[in-house]
Design a binder for this molecule. Structure first.
Ligand code: AMP
Ligand code: ZN
Length: 468
């Protein structure tokens, strides 16, 4: 069964479905004020890999991913996010309504996911369409004594009201003041305690994206969105919660406190965080100025799935360093594998190679050891003991996890076209020479093919070619 690193216990634990046969997963989604960069996509891919792996053991996966289109303020690393709403700031910049901005980038997000073969979630709730439920949740937290209306009219969560606060990120309330830039904030904002955070903010000068509430017109805090949407759509026991490592604190720490206090028990069974993507050595971020988009990759002539393969080359819990060279190398490997898979598909059918299949699945189930799974497949590719038909079956099976469309060119004339001109007739001649045991001719034809960039190998099942 699938084992994943759990952020809260810092151990690799088996993922368990609290309802037999059904795994519930909540994935923190994008804030739709700009195109997702490929770093964001690496994080979204993590959930897809988890889902595909769980499905191999017959689990049905119910996946919800939120769309944040309100409430995410510019400085989200502070204890309580501050600054302007990211959507409103972008709307001002593009001179459009915030909703137009949100829908535009939400559509782009779905296109990016499709380009990377990330299968769609069961639901994509939008924060702006979930306000009544957030208000109900906040009311519940006020009634239970976990939240209060501050002197400034903002509704705050009282961090000290939740004893287990900090367990997810390892932050202790008493240490937060110094480390997270909140010095003096309690006095300035109307909070009772420096680590409290806003659940509902008053509209103030805001005119757009505000809603009526028992505390006056305003808008929700970012963290409360995820509590309300996950509890509503997945219930009060959620097997798995995913996101990028930067969301561990404060976003997920605060979400955990809200959800657990609202229902009176631990909601999320397993927290899984993906490490950051670096580009040419530095964390990919708009602020770093090294953002790469899917369309930058395709504009250079690469298959977007080369990105997916490049991501699979490192394990999700480790930082990955992407470069144009690594994307190009991944693109070349995908082409090589597709060509090989199409060629193997022409051979007589054979049963899957069970040892290789089991090794690939074991690697995925071992905390998504995708680099290992790729190594196993490279080994299979070269294994002369395995018949081409069995290689085809095994690669096609593995691709249900990899998601690289490796059978894309099977049965298409593209296969022949992938061979340089004249190579097919040389291959046919060589096959005939070998049948006639004319090894001198066979060697000469091998050299001629090599000169065309086609390398030929003889296996028990006949000759196999690949592009050098
Ligand atoms: P955002 O749209 O900014 O809310 O981010 C969407 C997701 O991408 C979150 O889960 C972030 O943690 C994640 N993320 C942001 N930057 C990176 C990065 N450089 N590498 C991997 N994930 C990232
Ligand atoms: Zn979230």
């Amino acid at each position: 069964m699938l084992r994943l690193t759990d952020t809260q216990t810092k151990t690799v634990r088996e993922v368990t479905a609290s309802t037999p046969g059904l795994l519930t997963v909540y994935a923190c989604g994008p804030t739709v004020y700009r195109y997702a960069h490929v770093g964001n996509l690496r994080t979204f891919l993590l959930t897809d890999l988890i889902r595909r792996t769980a499905e191999r053991r017959g689990l049905r996966v119910k996946l919800v991913q939120n769309i944040t289109d309100v409430g995410h303020l510019q400085d989200d690393t502070a204890i309580d996010s501050t600054g302007e709403d990211k959507l409103l700031a972008q709307a001002r910049l593009e001179d459009k309504s915030p909703f137009a901005i949100a829908r535009f980038y939400e559509d782009a997000f779905h296109r990016d996911l499709a380009a990377l073969n990330v299968r769609p979630a069961d639901a994509y709730p939008r924060a702006s369409e979930w306000i009544p439920s957030m208000i109900t949740l906040i009311e519940r937290l006020v009634a239970s004594g976990n939240a209060y209306v501050g002197d400034d009219g903002t509704v705050y969560f009282a961090a000290q009201s939740y004893d287990a606060y900090g367990q997810l990120s390892g932050n202790r309330l008493e240490d937060l003041r110094a480390g997270h830039g909140a010095t003096g904030e309690s006095a300035a904002t109307g909070k009772r305690f420096h680590a409290d955070w806003a659940l509902w903010k008053l509209a103030g000068a805001h005119r757009e994206m505000t809603w009526d509430s028992p505390w006056g017109a305003g808008f929700p805090g970012w963290h409360v969105e995820c509590s309300a949407m996950s509890l509503d759509l997945l219930g009060d026991t959620i097997d798995l919660h995913t996101g990028g490592i930067d969301l561990r604190f404060p976003h997920h720490e605060d979400e955990r406190a809200q959800s657990n206090c609202a229902v009176g028990h631990e909601v999320v069974g397993h927290w899984v965080h993906g490490e950051h993507l670096l580009f040419e050595g530095r964390k990919m971020a708009k602020s770093t100025g090294n953002v790469v988009l899917v369309e930058d990759v395709t504009a250079r002539g690469h298959d977007p799935l080369a990105l997916r393969l490049a991501f699979l080359s490192s394990r999700y819990r480790q930082q990955a360093n992407l470069s144009w060279e690594s994307i190009a190398a991944a693109d070349a490997l995908i082409t090589r594998w597709r060509t090989a898979v199409a060629a193997w598909a022409e051979s007589p059918s054979e049963a899957i190679a069970p040892a290789y299949r089991d090794e690939v699945l074991a690697a995925f189930e071992d905390d998504l050891d995708t680099p290992k799974a790729l190594q196993v497949l490279r080994r299979l590719e070269k294994d002369d003991e395995v018949a081409p038909g069995a290689k085809f079956e095994t690669f096609a099976w593995a691709d249900t996890l990899l998601g690289l469309d490796l059978a894309r060119t099977v049965g298409q004339p593209v296969v022949a076209a992938a061979l340089p001109g004249g190579a097919q007739s040389l291959l046919d001649e060589r096959a005939a020479a070998r049948t006639g045991k004319d090894f001198a001719a066979s060697d000469r034809l091998r050299d001629e093919l090599a000169a065309l960039g086609v390398s030929v190998k003889d296996t028990k099942a006949g000759q196999e070619w690949s592009l050098a």
